[in-house]
Design a protein around this ligand. Structure first.
Ligand code: UT7
Length: 332
């Protein structure tokens, strides 16, 4: 029997217009452009400034662009998955809100919380729904208003993050393209090193938690860095060895954009030349579950049908993984 796979058939992104650059940041906290560029590799990030707007607003913009670009009617979408750590509300799911805002009325939708690996987790979930034949047109939209959980008095975390959304459309194919394999992992030991202290059921919001600034990202940078460097590289090399992928027959590494040093280390371990590693961290920072689809959106015109891509991520949880994707279409 011919194998059905899930192929990405379109990609779109949305970036809020306000740009927060290192010069402005260095007036907010004790930092410099030189430190941020050397240690992280970020020059600027987009921030959603409009009051009353959240991740779903950016997600809806990305989805609308995706639908228009792929000539897809909202009513034809039958599943929408939103990986996010910055949902509009604890409940209902941001995916439900995005579907409502975009006229997607014939789908079921849900969020996935896997932090920076959220896009890879959601891609694999979407792919399984398609491979079984249960769903035919699926959107995965990473949407993150990281500025809503970033402490702009903490110089160790505030340079890192940005806001954005990016979406892909997945459809069944019997060609030898699409999501070929995924290796996904998690380890709850990550809680200690990367979390938000309050606002969940363990420590609900109170005056005290707000006063103690506990509704922001808490990160032990060095510990997370060590894990990220080894796990993201290990899981990417594992994928290469499993499927005889080599620096020659791989077209691109599309890595999560958390730190240029982590990206470089991963590319080097895979033996890839720099021109095969997608990097846009300097413009957008770490947009959590939106980084990888944002990269695909930027790369789209350079990708050809059959190109081998490895997508790789590491993030809070800890969660990490790699996906081997064969690109499904030529530049339009
Ligand atoms: O996507 C989710 C997963 N997250 C990640 O993958 C992030 C992983 N971690 C990292 O990327 C890095 O650890 C950071 C970028 C967060 C920090 O870089 P680092 O090279 O690990 O710096 P550090 O924490 O070891 O700090 C080095 C020094 C310290 O000063 P002392 O103690 O040596 O005097 C910090 O206080 O740099 C200082 N520092 C800063 N200086 C200027 C920390 N933040 C800043 C800053 N500007 N913004």
């Amino acid at each position: 029997m011919t194998k059905i796979r899930a192929a990405i058939t379109g990609v779109a992104g949305y970036l809020p217009p306000y740009i927060l650059n290192n010069e402005e940041l260095s007036r907010m906290v004790d930092t410099t452009d030189e430190w941020i560029m050397t240690r992280i590799g970020i020059k600027e990030r987009h921030i959603l400034k409009e009051p009353g707007k959240g991740s779903s607003d950016m997600g809806a913009e990305a989805v609308k662009l995706l639908l228009a670009k792929t000539n897809t009617l909202p009513g034809d979408i039958d599943l929408l998955i939103c990986p996010t750590v910055t949902p509009d509300h604890v409940f209902p799911a941001t995916a439900n809100i995005i579907s409502h805002k975009t006229g997607i009325t014939n789908a079921f939708s849900f969020d996935v919380n896997a932090a920076c690996s959220g896009f890879l987790y959601a891609l694999q979930i979407a792919s399984q729904f398609i491979e079984t034949g249960y769903r035919k047109k699926v959107i995965v939209v990473g949407a993150e208003k990281m500025s809503s959980i970033t402490d702009y008095t903490d110089r160790t975390t505030c340079p890192l993050f940005g806001d954005a959304a990016a979406a892909v459309l997945l459809e069944p194919t019997t060609d030898e393209v699409g999501v070929m394999d995924a290796i996904l992992h998690s380890d709850g030991v990550g809680l200690t090193h990367l979390h938000m202290k309050a606002g969940g059921s363990v420590k609900p919001a109170s005056h005290d938690t707000v006063d103690a600034r506990e509704h922001y990202i808490y990160q032990e940078g060095q510990a997370v860095f060590k894990w990220a460097v080894s796990k993201m590289a290990d899981v990417s090399v594992e994928m290469m060895e499993k499927h005889n992928l080599t620096p020659d027959n791989l077209a691109w590494l599309v890595p999560h954009q958390a730190n240029l040093r982590i990206i470089d280390a991963t590319g080097n371990r895979m033996g890839l030349p720099p021109e095969k590693v997608m990097i846009n961290i300097q413009k957008y920072g770490n947009t959590t579950s939106a980084t990888i689809p944002l990269c695909l959106w930027e790369l789209e015109n350079k990708l050809h049908k059959g190109d081998n891509l490895i997508l790789a991520a590491f993030g809070g949880g800890f969660t990490w993984g790699s996906v081997w994707l064969k690109w499904a279409y030529d530049p339009k």
